[in-house]
Design a protein around this ligand. Sequence first.
Ligand code: GAR
Length: 206
Amino acid sequence: MAKTKLGILISGRGSNMQSIARACSSGEVPAEVAVVVSNRADAAGLEWAADNGIPTAVFSHKDFESREAHDEAIVTRLQEAEVEWVCLAGYMRLLSSVFIDAFGNRVLNIHPSLLPSFPGLHGQRDAFDYGVAVSGCTVHIVDLELDHGPIVVQRAVPVEGCGDAGALADRILIEEHRAYPEALKRLLTEPWTLEGRRVAFGRGAS
Ligand code: GAR
């Protein structure tokens, strides 16, 4: 059976990209990473991707007049690589409808909080500062709102024992690296359907 082709979008370190790529290489997720795209040329994850034989591309948002034009260039590159599913992995840009129109519900994101609590750029710090006892991470289908679409997988993380937001972020990241491959595996191997905001597994055909 042909493996599903993934495109991964990053803006920085790319540790979630690595966890997805490793899960694909090991066979845990029946997919291959066809291309890694970044909006930042200095994203550290690009080097890891290249070192591991994964094609990379950079489209700086500063080179485009609009969010739509930037997304259009990325979508074209992903389509050239025959990408079927897109994983945002620390990609710090809101997507326009250009992206959603091209890939529909096959765009995923990971966020370091239990959504709908603490969306945005500082999910771990906001949860820590609020004083929650439990935080975690969320893998969700992307829609046009920030950190908002239907939830695929959530994993909880206790805050107790974390001395600061950085310690909580480290603890959450360990779960992120489990949650993203788990979400991908389920979506690619199990029947699922969307019931409103709910991702319902096992009851319909994908
Ligand atoms: C991860 O913690 C991810 O959840 C977060 O950025 C980090 C990227 O790390 N994403 C968001 O906050 C999205 N709103 P990584 O580059 O090592 O995967």
